[in-house]
Design a protein around this ligand. Structure first.
Ligand code: 6PG
Length: 474
């Protein structure tokens, strides 16, 4: 492809809301950017609305023109729907690009797809990298968190642009190269799994306040707003407060009272649970959050359940659970959930041989992304002390867990007694209890396995493995 007339430092395909905002962000940071969309109409509308930034945008009507407008070696960001559309776009670009050009998938790809695409690109070119981008529409426009995966030379080529457009935490860019191939997309997937769990635990304490204490949405909003000034300070607590405090302009009723209780999901939380199971690493809080979304979608079944069994026997006063205990339970649940999420990333790093610098990952989640929170700063410090250690055992977080464990237990126990489901908090408590128990009950599992299948076991009093019980003799 001729490079005569190439003016753009980078290109972007896919001018949907996320892609369009990312392109404007890149332009605003001073980079000349080529843009292309399958339908020219969308490109024209995008340029027409770009205002002062239009001068930094180089629109094209055809893919050939688009490629020709980028300076070699070219870098092309794809912001198209995850899945087949990405493969189709790569195939369309491949004949137009040189081997040393670079395609960057910035969508929410499954990291296995990114691994596959990276492997194919190293055989046939052009180069390929996958970046996880978090922060929704606003983040894309004004500074997302960017989790980079791919070869070092790919990051070397575009890292300065990605860092420039990313969110900053005290001046530090929330963008980093985390490892080869699908490493960035795996970290983004785990980010979303944590997002699911964080959201679910907030929804559970909302449920205790709504159904247990009978608090109106506005009052619950004020509680979240107060928590947002303390240890739980985070984007998700902040927006939960805002959601709870907002009224429906049509009816005047609280928005929360008219939003149907059936949660959507595009799949990344589910992928986290699947990966945890495949990698053999516990992520029970995240798994619970995914399961609850699935249960929420069974609205008719839930209605039939209530008709059959009656509503839960709630009459839970604040004498049984104080509001402060709910805050403490969330703190404990959050620590456990992150311990699981970082554990998952660590296991993936081991199995794939990826760098995955955990303290850096915590750092680039401190701003721009959906799970940004004050606690991530302390997590980064704890992981810098020892990235291999379970986060729960870091002195800062073990002290926090010792402070909050009793309240987590009280919230889960009282909620269970009163029929209020708190599955993610409860999974967090069970994880905590298992991980603080040196002598578990898996000896029974091993006995059962040996009994029915002669699978063998290890003994507490002798070295070696492959022992059998006397039942195997007869
Ligand atoms: C982010 C978000 C973003 C998106 C989720 C929503 O980090 O910016 O996680 O990726 O909002 O995909 O996911 P669900 O539709 O599965 O809830």
């Amino acid at each position: 492809m001729s490079s005569n007339g190439a003016v753009a430092e980078i290109g972007l395909i896919g001018l949907g809301t996320m892609g369009g905002n990312l392109a404007l962000n890149i332009a605003e940071n001073g980079f000349q950017i080529a843009v292309y969309n399958r339908t020219t109409e969308k490109t024209d509308q995008f340029i027409a609305k770009a205002g002062d930034l239009a001068g930094k945008l180089v629109p094209s009507k055809t893919l050939e023109e688009f490629v020709a407008s980028i300076k070699p070696p070219r870098a092309v960001i794809l912001m198209v729907p995850a899945g087949d559309a990405v493969d189709a776009q790569i195939e369309a670009l491949r004949p137009l690009l040189d081997a040393q050009d670079l395609i960057i998938d910035a969508g929410n790809a499954n990291y296995h797809d990114t691994n596959r695409r990276a492997a194919a690109s190293s055989e046939r070119g052009p180069r390929f990298m996958g970046i996880g981008v978090s922060g929704g529409e606003e983040g894309a426009r004004f500074g997302p968190s960017i989790m980079g995966g791919g070869a070092n030379d790919a990051w070397d080529q575009v890292g300065h642009i990605l860092e420039a457009i990313s969110a900053k935490h005290e001046g530090e860019p929330c963008a980093a190269h985390l490892g080869e191939a699908g490493a960035g997309h795996l970290v983004k997937t785990v980010h979303n799994g944590i997002e699911y769990a964080d959201m679910q635990m907030i929804a559970e304490v909302y449920g205790v306040m709504r159904d247990g204490f009978g608090m109106p949405a506005g009052e619950i909003g004020a509680v979240f707003e107060k928590w947002n000034q303390g240890v739980l300070q985070s984007y998700l607590i902040e927006i939960s407060g805002k959601v709870a405090a907002t009224s429906d302009p049509d009816t005047g009723r609280p928005m929360l009272d008219i939003i149907l209780d059936r949660a959507g999901q595009k799949g990344t939380g589910r992928w986290t649970a699947i990966e945890a199971l495949m990698l053999g690493t516990p992520a029970s809080t995240i798994e619970a959050a995914v399961a609850v979304r699935n249960m929420s979608s069974r609205l008719e079944e839930r209605k039939a359940g209530e008709a059959e069994f009656g509503a839960a026997p709630v009459s839970l006063g604040q004498d049984l659970i104080a509001i402060d205990a709910l805050e403490a339970a969330l703190v404990a649940g959050k620590i456990v959930c992150y311990a699981q999420g970082f554990g998952l990333i660590l296991e993936a790093a081991r199995q794939y041989g990826w760098a995955m610098p955990l303290p850096k990952i915590a750092k680039i989640w401190r701003n721009g992304c959906i799970i940004r929170s004050a606690m991530l700063n302390d997590m980064s410090a704890a992981l810098a002390e020892d990235a291999e250690r379970n986060l729960m055992l870091a002195p800062f977080f073990s002290a926090k867990l010792k402070e909050t464990e009793a309240q987590l237990r009280q919230v889960v126990a009282q909620a269970a007694l009163h029929g209020l489901p708190v599955p993610a908090l409860s999974a967090a408590l069970s994880y905590f209890d298992i991980m603080r128990t040196a002598r578990s009950t898996a000896n029974m599992l091993q006995g059962q396995r040996d009994f029915f299948g002669a699978h063998g076991f290890e003994r507490t009093d002798k070295d070696g493995s492959g022992y059998h019980g006397p039942w195997a003799m007869g």
